[in-house]
Design a protein. Structure first.
Length: 260
């Protein structure tokens, strides 16, 4: 349910939006387009993988975020989330809605790739370079199963860590002890799956304590590595319907403002 009803490119006969000026921030590998307060990097897959490899090889670590509708909506009011998204080393479209949104506001992404489509390529790169991968997830079983798949399918050195008790702000004494244990594995790549904004805040906090590791906030897309597709949760559909409607309405407001 990540799509947004009515989010389409204009039909023929209507004026297309003029291309928007892309942001070119010093020190960044790619120009960026912003949807509301959320940036998206304008890089192709090959370029993104090269950038990730540079972060790992350089030993400075980093953060990769994959924002979608929910992050765009929440970032309007949530200052800490907004800062976390804006300061990440890479911001990749986390859902098809943002891919379409970039097209609607006149700055189509170089490749229409989103969410789970980035992850197999990252896993393949990690396998080719012999990186150590740590999988961190708050949903029961996700970290362990994903690490198992990475070991069997990609021949990676991968460890899964279940973290059901991370506080909402992603930090605290318990998190410090967790990060100390995580550091012992000396990970090169850390795949993190938590709810928003906890995931983004945790990655931002952890990045300063895991030294050379590159943290990737994957959200639910992580589970696609196990099943090859996004995992559906029928029992949660009705409970999440109201939240989906609210965030979609908020996202559409942001998109309308971006087109002005």
């Amino acid at each position: 349910m990540n799509g947004v009803v009515g989010l389409e490119t204009p039909r023929s006969g209507l004026a297309l939006p003029a291309p928007r000026m892309l942001e070119r921030e010093p020190g960044r590998a790619f120009p960026r387009v912003r949807i509301g307060h959320v940036p998206l990097d304008m890089g192709r897959l090959s370029e993104v993988l090269q950038s990730i490899e540079g972060l790992v090889a350089g030993g400075q670590g980093g953060r990769i975020v994959t924002p979608d509708v929910e992050q765009v909506a929440l970032a309007q009011e949530h200052v800490a989330l907004r800062e976390s998204l804006s300061t990440a080393d890479l911001s990749l479209a986390g859902g098809e809605a943002l891919v379409r949104a970039a097209r609607v506001i006149g700055s189509p992404l170089p490749e229409e790739r989103a969410g789970a489509e980035w992850l197999p390529a990252m896993a393949g790169l990690a396998s080719a370079r012999g990186w150590r991968v740590l999988v961190v997830a708050e949903r029961p079983g996700v970290a362990e199963w994903t690490a198992c798949v990475l070991r069997e399918r990609y021949r990676l050195v991968a460890v899964g860590v279940a973290v059901p008790g991370v506080p909402a702000d992603g930090r605290g004494p318990w998190v410090d002890r967790l990060l100390e244990r995580m550091a012992l594995t000396r990970p090169d790549l850390v795949l993190v799956s938590m709810a928003t904004p906890k995931q983004e805040l945790f990655c931002q906090y952890a990045a300063g304590r895991l030294n050379s590791a590159v943290l990737v906030g994957t959200g639910e897309a992580l589970e696609s590595l196990v099943n090859g597709r996004r995992v559906s949760r029928p029992r949660q559909v009705l409970a999440s319907l109201g939240r989906w409607v609210r965030r979609s309405v908020a996202f559409l407001r942001v998109l309308v403002m971006a087109r002005r």
